[in-house]
Design a protein. Sequence first.
Length: 347
Amino acid sequence: MSASPPKPARRPTIKEVAAAAGVSTAAVSQAFNHKGRLSEPTRRRILEAALELGWAPNGPAAALRSARTRTLALVVRRPTDVLGADPHFSELITGIEGELAPLGYGLLLHLVAGVQEENVLYERFAAEGRVDGAVLTDARTDDTRPALLARLGLPAVLLGAPDPTAAVPRVGLGQQGAGVQEAVRHLLDHGHRRIAYVAGPAELQHTRLRLGAFESALRAAHLRPFAVLHTDFTERAALATTGALLDAADRPTAIMYANDSMAVCGVGAAQRRGLRVPADLSVVGYDNLPLGRWLHPRLATVDQQVQQVGAAAARLLLARCGEAVEELVLDGRPRLVEGESTGPAPD
């Protein structure tokens, strides 16, 4: 006697979502259809309950999901003050928009504060059929977004180190730590032995990759980092962190920063203390953004081809959404761009 086929998993109901959120079924419909006058906390509670239960509306919403919106989403999980102060995202958006605009696509930009808010947003995108796909930024350790987007059936690409085994295609230069190692060797060649690193948040994959490259380059010279300090990329954090390093009795002779914005703040913090860059302190940034070239002295930095990465991500996502576009192959690896902010270590 053959075994009976397994029963399909029962789909959660709108009543269960309503019960979990403590609202009526009508309120659940209003939350997904943007109708009625729900407060934002209530709407968010409903969306979080739907996400937890794995529920999405069917019927008209399913029809919306099958239609093309010619809109792609870029979700950035950063504080608003970071986005406003960091030209990295302007360069990234320029690269993306350069590919979307000729094809009549739009870019929907969203800022979110946390993991749950970002996940709810993707759930809403899929349920409402608002976008055709999404560009994910800041790959994280134990990143749950690829699995979520695969479950939602929403095409996506993730900005980060290439990984052919990843559930969502990744777009970025190979040998992610190469530029950091080149910068460390450049400082070592100038006689620096007290080299500090001002990093980004520890949960970001690129933070771990670059920090690992920094430490590896120093180990090769039989040295340890003078100091490693993590920040949230804000100007406030960069100034505070640099101040702590420079106000200590024993200070570094060189500081590397996880991006150019913080490096520019670091130069300013040093100069306000009467230190000369690079005579008293050498500084290296990361991203090779225009603001570093306007700085005096001109900033030494690592180029990771931000615009080109944005363009490559856009093309790959367009292809995944069914557009006939050629892949943009990224050539090379992050490289040091020497400036005027580094020099011989002080005696």
